[in-house]
Design a protein around this ligand. Structure first.
Ligand code: CP3
Length: 368
């Protein structure tokens, strides 16, 4: 989609700029847990809760390409609300994608069903990095408008905004699409460090702009997805990625919203991801939450707050298995100053949505 399409007719109203939580939202379980305070019930939401596990989502999306849906404020609003209505989750997450700000800026990216983001011209040279555009508030206006619509609909349920972290975005841009080994990314980051840092600096700027727009438009929390950071050693992460993610999260330090920082396979990176400026550290299923809390405490976090970490694949097991896992994770989460129940990664499309609803009921029946 071109930048012109992204600023089309539905984008004519400016963002509301009313990001003070209403009184109702202020006491929401998710925001209490994120602040390390006692929630009225254990908060739970699911990464990728808005999406293909829901028949009502598939119906609405029929014939409409993913990115077209992401720039249609009414569609974004409706899809974001679907899982809130169905599951009674403690947060809505904005329906969008990590490549949306790149598309808004005019970078040639498609989302291919079953594959993910595919980049028309992979970015691998200093000249290409220099030519990468920035993104403007005007180009992001349809998303600001969607957030405005959601603020009117959501009542007491907080809205989570999000963005892709510079490393994960860079991997898509350099590889040209989803990658198992991130080999070209790793080759570039080690053989041409100036170009690597120039690229991450640009992406951090785009990410910052995208998140600040979301906060100004009224989201109550933000999550930075560094989904593929777990491919890196801690040493490489600290030298080549952490400064750029810190620039993003640090720029939101005075925004008044909790910042969640998540990646997959990041057991060795949890302290560094916390140091980047996270209020809440997202944990995948590979490390138990009490162990995650121990690692964060050793690194100096005084009252770590964690989010996670049910293996999404286990939602396809018998419910007795799911129940035992939910209870174990909830018990382990008590080691933290706050725990937001979630999966360890996104909902798989094959998931029975009724199982998600039962997980929410079960979590809500447990001790806050
Ligand atoms: O969590 C939510 O409910 C909000 C929606 C959301 C989407 N993408 C919608 C989506 C969020 C938070 C994302 C972020 C995202 N996108 C990430 C980070 C989260 C993670 O999973 O680690 C990443 C790596 C992407 C890139 C991306 N976009 C992938 C890997 C895919 C899946 C490709 C496929 O078809 O299997 C997408 C497409 C995408 N993003 C879909 C949805 C609902 C599927 C497209 C469709 O429904 O046609």
């Amino acid at each position: 989609m071109s930048a012109d399409m992204a600023t089309g007719a539905a984008a004519d109203r400016p963002a509301s700029h009313e990001n003070q939580p209403t009184e109702q939202v202020q006491t929401a379980p998710l925001l209490a847990a994120a602040a390390g305070e006692a929630p009225s019930r254990p908060p739970v939401w699911f990464m990728r809760q808005a999406g293909r596990s829901l028949p009502e989502y598939r119906k609405l999306r029929e014939g409409m390409p993913m990115l077209e849906a992401c720039f249609n404020p009414e569609m974004v609003c409706e899809i974001t609300l679907q899982p809130v209505r169905r599951h009674d989750v403690d947060a809505a997450i904005l329906f969008s994608d990590i490549v949306v700000p790149l598309v808004a800026a005019g970078v040639g990216v498609e989302i291919v069903p079953g594959t993910g983001p595919v980049v028309a011209e992979p970015i691998r040279t200093a000249e290409q990095v220099a030519a990468l555009p920035t993104v403007t508030a005007e180009q992001l206006r349809p998303i600001a408008r969607a957030i405005g619509l959601l603020r009117n609909e959501l009542g007491a349920t907080p809205l989570i905004g999000f963005a892709g972290a510079p490393f994960t975005l860079a991997s898509y841009l350099i590889e040209g699409g989803p990658s198992r080994h991130h080999e070209r990314t790793k080759a570039l980051m080690h053989s041409d460090k100036p170009t690597w840092h120039a690229l991450l600096d640009k992406l951090a700027g785009i990410t910052r702009e995208f998140l600040r727009m979301q906060v100004a438009s009224g989201v109550h929390a933000v999550q930075l997805f560094d989904s593929w950071a777990g491919a890196l050693s801690e040493r490489d992460y600290r030298e080549l990625v952490l400064p750029h993610s810190t620039a993003v999260l640090g720029s939101l330090g005075d925004a008044g919203v909790p910042r969640i920082h998540f990646g997959v396979g990041t057991s060795e990176l949890l302290p560094a991801m916390w140091e980047a400026g996270a209020d809440v550290v997202g944990v995948d299923w590979r490390v138990p939450l009490d162990e995650a809390v121990r690692r964060l405490s050793v690194a100096g976090a005084e009252r770590p707050v964690v989010q996670g970490n049910l293996d999404p694949a286990l939602l396809l097991a018998d419910f007795s298995v799911v129940e035992a896992e939910v209870r174990r994770i909830h018990a382990e989460g008590r080691a933290a100053a706050g725990h937001i129940f979630n999966l360890g990664h996104g909902v798989l499309p094959e998931t029975d949505p009724d199982v998600l609803t039962r997980v929410v009921e079960l979590v809500h029946s447990l001790e806050p």
